[in-house]
Design a protein around this ligand. Structure first.
Ligand SMILES: Nc1ncnc2c1ncn2[C@@H]1O[C@H](COP(=O)(O)OP(=O)(O)O)[C@@H](O)[C@H]1O
Ligand SMILES: [Mg+2]
Length: 362
């Protein structure tokens, strides 16, 4: 897919902006001028929340009560457009038709995004890694979001029962039906995630080799509540047993301590945990490689070419790695932000947008 035009009104520090895009777009300017804001605005059209973790109303320009975003893009062999209005709640339209939920945009608009906040994928706890795999799967499989929703609904019910538990015996009986339901949807989630890691591996290894100049091998490992095979019934049975044997612990903790909502993905370089032993450059390269591999796999499985949004990607990387990144994404439309446009123009031709105080200036 390709984004041709964006129009923003009262979005963060951007009061009014219209931009028409090319295949390679370099958004440059000093700090705090609106480069990430513009990237984030594009990203919102995937139907997701801000990658910076803001609430919708925080995206509206200070002192205004409504923000409007409009996007023209080419996807699924046709010209399309999308609108987002942020007021009390977010309202979206796709090709002029109002949609119930913003996530509907995600069926048409796909991106892979790298921003420095995504380094938490390597540095922080498991939830960031689950987010990576879940959002990749949401872009890949239309039913995965519902699967997560169903699981989380059952999980909420189970946790409610645990919080109000009076006796172990009675709780065990009440939970049985929820544990069956959790094991069923949870097993599907675990299975899809394991399959995703398997499918991602060849792309990831290849990209990481390229980035590291051939000296380093990357591997992802799914870490579940217990050792799972890739048989979905077996996963369901094991998950059910795990849930049942942990009821006592769960009552003490007032919450469900085992299941896919607690699982992790271990990232290894040359068989060593990158979280524990990786250098800054290795950690950055890992996240980038995972994002680029995600794009390659999405393209391979769906034929859809996501748009690559690379916010502040080049800092701290040597010219060889920068060059590799840019050449690796030659088939995708790309948006890159940086402070100095020369860095990127040296490596690749592109349309430049100089941002100052929320405006495009010459
Ligand atoms: N809701 C908002 N209204 C107005 N300005 C905002 C809002 N949210 C953030 N900003 C401003 O946007 C600027 C940061 O923009 P950003 O795109 O992150 O900068 P950069 O160009 O460094 O990527 C900051 O000056 C911040 O105060
Ligand atoms: Mg920024």
């Amino acid at each position: 897919m390709k984004i041709s035009k964006i129009v923003l009104e009262n979005y963060r520090n951007i009061e009014n902006l219209t931009a028409e895009f090319d295949d390679v777009n370099i958004i440059w300017g000093e700090n705090a001028q609106g480069k990430t804001n513009l990237t984030e605005a594009i990203y919102l059209f995937t139907g997701a929340h801000s990658f910076r973790g803001n609430k919708d109303k925080e995206l509206i320009m200070f002192g205004k009560n409504r923000s409007r975003l409009y996007l023209e893009f080419y996807g699924n062999n046709r010209e399309q457009n999308a609108e987002i209005e942020i007021e009390k709640r977010k309202k979206v339209k796709l090709n002029g038709i109002a949609k119930k939920s913003a996530t509907a945009l995600g069926d048409e608009i796909k991106t892979v995004i790298f921003s420095p906040v995504h380094l938490s994928m390597v540095k922080d706890g498991p939830s960031e890694r689950r987010k990576f795999i879940d959002s990749a799967l949401c872009q890949l499989k239309s039913n995965y979001r519902n699967l997560l929703k169903n699981y989380n609904k059952a999980l909420e019910q189970r946790n409610y029962i645990l919080k109000n538990s009076e006796s172990l015996h009675q709780t065990e009986a009440t939970l049985e039906i929820w544990d069956m339901s959790l094991a069923k949807s949870g097993a599907k989630i675990i299975y899809q995630r394991m399959k995703y890691i398997e499918a991602l591996a060849p792309y990831l290894k290849d990209i990481f080799k390229g980035l590291s100049g051939g000296s380093e091998e990357i591997e992802l490992k799914y870490i579940g509540a217990t050792e799972f095979t890739d048989d979905i019934n077996d996963i369901e049975n094991k998950l059910y047993d795990t849930l049942r044997t942990h009821i006592k612990t769960d009552i003490i903790n007032h919450t469900t301590t085992k299941g896919p909502h607690r699982d992790d993905i271990e990232i290894l370089i040359n068989s060593k945990s990158v979280k524990l032993y990786g250098s800054q450059g290795q950690q950055r390269s890992c996240v980038l490689a995972m994002k680029l591999a995600e794009a390659s796999l999405l393209k391979e499985k769906t034929g859809i070419e996501p748009v690559a949004l690379l916010d502040d990607v080049m800092s701290e990387l040597d010219e060889k790695r920068q060059d590799y990144i840019l050449n690796h994404i030659k088939n995708l439309q790309v948006f890159i932000t940086c402070c100095d446009k020369e860095t990127i123009l040296r490596l690749k031709k592109g349309k430049t947008f100089h941002i100052e105080n929320g405006k495009i200036v010459p």
